[in-house]
Design a binder for this molecule. Structure first.
Ligand SMILES: [Mn+2]
Length: 282
């Protein structure tokens, strides 16, 4: 283990995020619109020497870089908002290039994704873009990435994934996985195979992808967690559920990261907590 963190160190000053959330509710009340709050961070963990995860929140991206302090952003519900995590394929070259490319594309076009068919088209564009970048470059050959996230629209939330990054619904003290893991069946004694069966790019030819897409009403209040396997492999779902029950916003994102670090953080960790809040300001 090369990396070092003092687990006893006090968290960074994120407590101001609670007043910010109230500010968001206040603005929502004034304008009579619902808001989505997104609190996100991405970190390389304690073992890997760099971060191959990337993140997109609306027009903002974090491309294979590290942010230990969660960023919290608010968006009015209306224009489609894409929140997604991409986990560059380990064991292939340029995982960080693949995850960065995909989130950058989603940041550019995400606001125009209003339907499931449009989302499917955009994910196919991402698959072609990763393959095209890799095709003639020996240093990027077969680079690939997972993608998992949601599009918060006026009436519906579209939930999507390719690969084994995850989306959960957070409700009633429980988390419920909405994404579908694309993993090979586990070997005896394994709970989950590390081998993914489909990704964006990730193969020598341009293979077809079959994104998993489902939808739910974009009701307020509702909460979702989008994360890479660096969180879910290190921290069990009951612990994750407890943390997001007890905390919200940036504080919850930070506590999730902290739990993964305390568990040894063998992989990159990326977390985005998505909270749709009521225009009545609760
Ligand atoms: Mn990972």
């Amino acid at each position: 283990m090369r990396r070092r963190f003092l687990l006893s160190t006090a968290p960074p000053p994120i407590m101001h995020l609670s007043p910010a959330r109230r500010t968001g509710d206040h603005i929502g009340t004034v304008l009579g619109v619902r808001f989505v709050g997104v609190s996100a961070l991405s970190h390389d963990g304690l073992v890997r020497d760099h971060n191959e995860d990337s993140l997109v929140v609306g027009p903002w991206t974090l491309c294979a870089s590290v942010s230990i302090v969660p960023a919290t952003m608010f968006f009015p519900i209306g224009t489609p908002l894409v929140v997604a995590v991409a986990d560059g394929l380990g064991g292939h070259p340029a995982g960080e290039e693949a995850s960065s490319l995909v989130v950058t594309h989603l940041a550019r076009v995400g606001a125009a994704v209003a339907t499931e068919a449009e989302l499917r088209d955009v994910l196919e564009e991402c698959n072609r873009a990763v393959h095209a970048e890799a095709e003639h470059d020996p240093e990027r050959i077969a680079m690939g990435t997972t993608i998992a996230g949601l599009v918060v629209g006026e009436t519906d939330v579209l939930i999507f994934n390719v690969g084994d990054s995850r989306v959960y619904a957070v409700e009633d003290g429980r988390i419920t996985q909405l994404s579908v893991d694309d993993n090979e069946p586990p070997a005896r004694g394994q709970t989950r195979s590390p081998v993914v069966t489909q990704t964006l790019g990730g193969r020598f030819d341009l293979g077809a992808i079959e994104p998993h897409i489902s939808s739910r009403p974009s009701a307020a209040p509702s909460r979702y967690l989008v994360c890479s396997d660096g969180l879910t492999d290190a921290v069990d779902e009951a612990t994750i559920a407890g943390i997001v029950h007890d905390h919200d916003g940036g504080e919850a994102a930070f506590k999730l990261w902290q739990a993964a670090i305390q568990a040894g953080a063998p992989d990159n960790i990326t977390v985005a907590l998505v909270e749709i809040s009521d225009d009545q300001g609760a």
